[in-house]
Design a protein around this ligand. Structure first.
Ligand SMILES: C[S@@+](CC[C@H](N)C(=O)[O-])C[C@H]1O[C@@H](n2cnc3c(N)ncnc32)[C@H](O)[C@@H]1O
Length: 175
């Protein structure tokens, strides 16, 4: 199942538009490639899109976006000025079907994929590079905050939107 753009996608894309110009961009978990395409339209100098799901590749044909199938950074080579990730960030919900869960569920508690991402991102980020990501009020933050501190990352909330069941935030993360 390919995740169709929703509120989180649109909220993030609005920031990608502002950050992508002249940047070498990596869009992790690209899905329909909404963030990668937004970066390209905003004047990024190079855009690479990746996803763990090979099925997303069909969206990228003829769009000038290179696709790499990768579990987070496992197949990614090189450094980037801007790394974008709208991750699966929700705690596991047994009532959700398995295919859908692959795009929404960040692990048992919801923070597991994000924590793995943060552990790996430094080695692919230029010195003055920026990470843009989505995080939900339903994602546990304690381990994320302590990992950011350990890695000497600062974070800044750029934008947020509240719904009846959760609040979504776009974070800028940099050294
Ligand atoms: C919430 S969707 C976001 C899709 C799109 N970027 C957007 O903004 O609409 C999360 C995406 O991350 C991908 N994904 C899940 N686990 C991943 C992993 N370990 N490595 C790379 N991509 C992953 C899913 O296949 C899915 O396409």
């Amino acid at each position: 199942m390919i995740y169709q753009p929703r509120e989180d996608s649109f909220l993030l894309a609005r920031q990608v538009e502002k950050y992508a110009k002249n940047k070498k961009v990596l869009d992790i978990g690209t899905g329909t490639s909404i963030q990668a395409e937004t970066a390209l339209k905003a004047g990024a100098k190079e855009v690479i899109a990746s996803d763990i799901d090979i099925n997303v590749i069909k969206h990228l044909k003829n769009k000038g976006i290179k696709f790499i199938q990768s579990d987070l950074f496992s197949n990614i080579i090189g450094n980037f000025d801007l790394i974008i990730f709208n991750p699966p960030y929700l705690p596991k919900d047994k009532s959700e079907d398995l295919e859908s869960r692959k795009t929404t569920t960040g692990g048992k508690k919801g923070d597991e994929i994000l924590l793995r991402f943060l552990e790996q991102v430094s080695s692919h980020l230029e010195r003055d590079g920026v990470v843009l990501l989505i995080i939900s009020s339903l994602t546990p933050k304690e381990k994320i905050f302590s990992l950011l501190k350990k890695l000497s990352f600062k974070y800044n909330v750029l934008n947020s939107k509240s719904f009846f069941f959760e609040t979504l935030e776009v974070w800028e993360i940099k050294k």
